[in-house]
Design a protein around this ligand. Sequence first.
Ligand code: GDP
Length: 327
Amino acid sequence: LADEDRESRPRLMLMGLRRSGKSSIQRVVFHKMTPTETLFLESTSKINKDNIHSFIDFQVWDFPGQMDFFDPTFDTTAIFGEVGALVFVIDSQDDYMEALARLHSTVVAAYRVNPNITFEVFIHKVDGLSEDYKIDTQRDIQQTTTDELADAGLENVQLAFYLTSIYDHSIFEAFSKVIQKLIPQLPTLENLLNILCANSGIEKAFLFDVISKIYIATDSSPVDSQSYEICSDMIDVIIDISSIYGRAAIGAKRNHEAFSVIKMGNGTVLYLREVNKYLALICLLRAETFEKQGLIDYNVHCFKEAMDQVFELKRAERTRREMEANQ
Ligand code: GDP
């Protein structure tokens, strides 16, 4: 990918102890592996730069091994300098004391180099825990971590905590929240989605990264997991069908943009349209509303044009800054 393209994408780094679940997360989220297939994964043993064709720039790092902050040749500036979010994965089904110690040293090292990093902690594999135990675990991890950071004089560092599992949608929802923090245009995108919904009678609209099925923005009506799940399942259906019937694959190189409508038995319509090479818009609406498809198509077209402008402006701004810097 071109440098310019890389720079405009949110950059994410996934870290954690061996066997905490990093490769599984990567495979399930970015490579459509089923959760049970991850049982047979080899443990990650090298830096795993995933060159996927996604809106999200994604890397996986492993402890111990790749991360030795006491090794003088270890270049923390190079590693943390350009990262947007550092996601630290903790296996909640295991004794997590060592993981917490690593998390602490990582945050300290990364914050020193790059105070703008967002720190995200995935309390992972919670599918094996009871509801009560989940809450206790989260409270314990959160308390220990913030206390230790305060003791180190870093009480201003914010960490966000998520309960995740690859066996349900929680891992995708957690990533959505992590990614949204890294998108400077988010308020504009949300505003555009609100306008689109209000003017077209659409009930819910998501902007999805097609490869990962992570949504990068949605309108401001509340997200219920069911509508999110149905939209993400729709992407799977469209990809499966288009890989069988060719041509219209979303995200693939071709002239026609992907477009699809699914009418469901309960009177709901799912409407998908490709926005650019990474992103697709998916809307949920009532069948009655969809009778005015011309209006909806037109409004979606306007939305796409506005999206182009949002990302184009950012590119123009960057070029201007570079030119200034070179003078
Ligand atoms: P890595 O060394 O951090 O890359 O860890 P792996 O991805 O190899 O995962 C180690 C083991 O954890 C594998 O057997 C996975 O199937 C399992 N695992 C990963 N995520 C989950 C999860 O959400 N729930 C459960 N129960 N097991 C998981």
